[in-house]
Ligand binder design. Structure first.
Ligand SMILES: NC(=O)c1ccc[n+]([C@@H]2O[C@H](COP(=O)([O-])OP(=O)(O)OC[C@H]3O[C@@H](n4cnc5c(N)ncnc54)[C@H](OP(=O)(O)O)[C@@H]3O)[C@@H](O)[C@H]2O)c1
Length: 293
């Protein structure tokens, strides 16, 4: 409990929730943020702010990790250089004398994962395995929030997800699982573990549209696209190919079934059921307020 835990991504959705939970447990933590004004304010806790321009800057990451026994490593913003940034962060942790990394990975991480961004997670996991550090990989599914964000301006979810199912998860559940893994009295219980972190059931985008319609009072529907249609409909954004590949393949991964198997991780570690999509909508009205009639 006295070990120093460095929490990266503390200004983000998962990191902020995790830091709040660790503070409530009285854990010794250091928040790693890129901008002090986005760090959560957690009065009454032994919280330090370590500024860093990001994972790609070894010197500031080494300084940020210095003295920490454990690092919670959030995957960085999607970028063409994301894997090398992650590798640099892991190397900085090793150089700083860190002993253990709990890495927030992604479900189905593999070199040939349908979701192209999940390939970054696999490459990062491989680098962590080779680093000699103790590690735990938390592979979360798509967030419920990401599913709500799939709804277009015209109230249609469009993407090449076919009739596939997604076991999407709430940020709160990911943070609860991470808290348990980080604070385990005996971290050997989690060493070398790769845990999928999902919601309680898997749902289709057609079902998501039904739930959203009921909750928002709008008529939201799902219209499957072919891969070709998906690329064509996203051309308007003028984004780089790697980014569009990531967007389109997040739907294709649903179609493939790679995100469809619910795991017992939340129930087992948090000792309560994971939030369903409907429960998440109910508990997080601000997260989907743009869809309110
Ligand atoms: N499962 C899903 O559906 C899903 C969806 C979107 C993203 N993700 C991945 O899951 C991660 C965590 O999710 P989230 O919802 O907590 O994301 P989030 O709210 O966007 O937070 C991401 C956090 O990571 C920090 N960060 C990003 N790039 C960084 C870098 N290169 N170096 C250092 N810090 C960096 C951000 O710092 P700043 O505040 O300074 O930017 C922020 O604190 C995301 O970063 C992304 O890789 C997953």
């Amino acid at each position: 409990m006295d070990d120093l835990i460095a929490v990266t991504g503390a200004s983000g959705q998962v990191g902020r929730r995790l830091a709040t939970r660790l503070a409530a447990e009285g854990a010794h933590q250091r928040l790693i943020v890129r901008s002090a004004d986005r760090a959560p304010q957690l009065p009454g806790t032994d919280t330090e702010i370590a500024l860093s321009p990001g994972y790609g800057d070894p010197e500031s990451m080494r300084a940020a990790f210095s003295g920490a026994q454990t690092v919670f490593l959030v995957s960085g913003r999607e970028d063409v250089n994301r894997v090398s940034e992650h590798r640099a962060a892991v190397d900085a942790a090793v150089d700083a004398g860190v002993q253990r990394i709990v890495y927030l990975s992604f479900m189905g991480a593999a070199p040939d994962a349908t979701f192209t961004f999940a390939r970054d997670h696999w490459a990062t996991e491989e680098h962590i395995r080779a680093s000699g550090l103790h590690f735990t990989f938390l592979r979360d599914c798509l967030y419920h929030q990401a599913i709500a964000q799939f709804v277009g301006e015209d109230d249609v979810i469009r993407g090449p997800a076919g009739d596939g199912l997604v076991a999407a998860v709430a940020h709160d559940d990911v943070a609860d699982v991470a808290t348990v893994a980080l604070l385990a009295e005996d971290h050997r219980l989690f060493d070398g573990a790769t845990l999928d972190v999902t919601g309680p059931t898997a749902y289709s985008l057609a079902e998501a549209a039904q739930v959203l319609s009921r909750v928002t009072g709008r008529t939201i529907r799902y219209e499957p696209e072919t891969l070709e249609q998906a690329y064509a409909s996203r051309e308007v954004y003028g984004a780089a190919r790697w980014e569009v590949d990531g967007w389109v393949s997040s739907y294709a991964a649903i179609a493939s079934g790679e995100l469809s198997t619910p795991s017992p991780t939340v129930k087992r570690l948090a000792a309560r059921p994971a939030q369903s999509f409907a429960e998440w909508l109910d508990l997080n009205p601000d997260s989907w307020s743009r869809l309110r009639r």
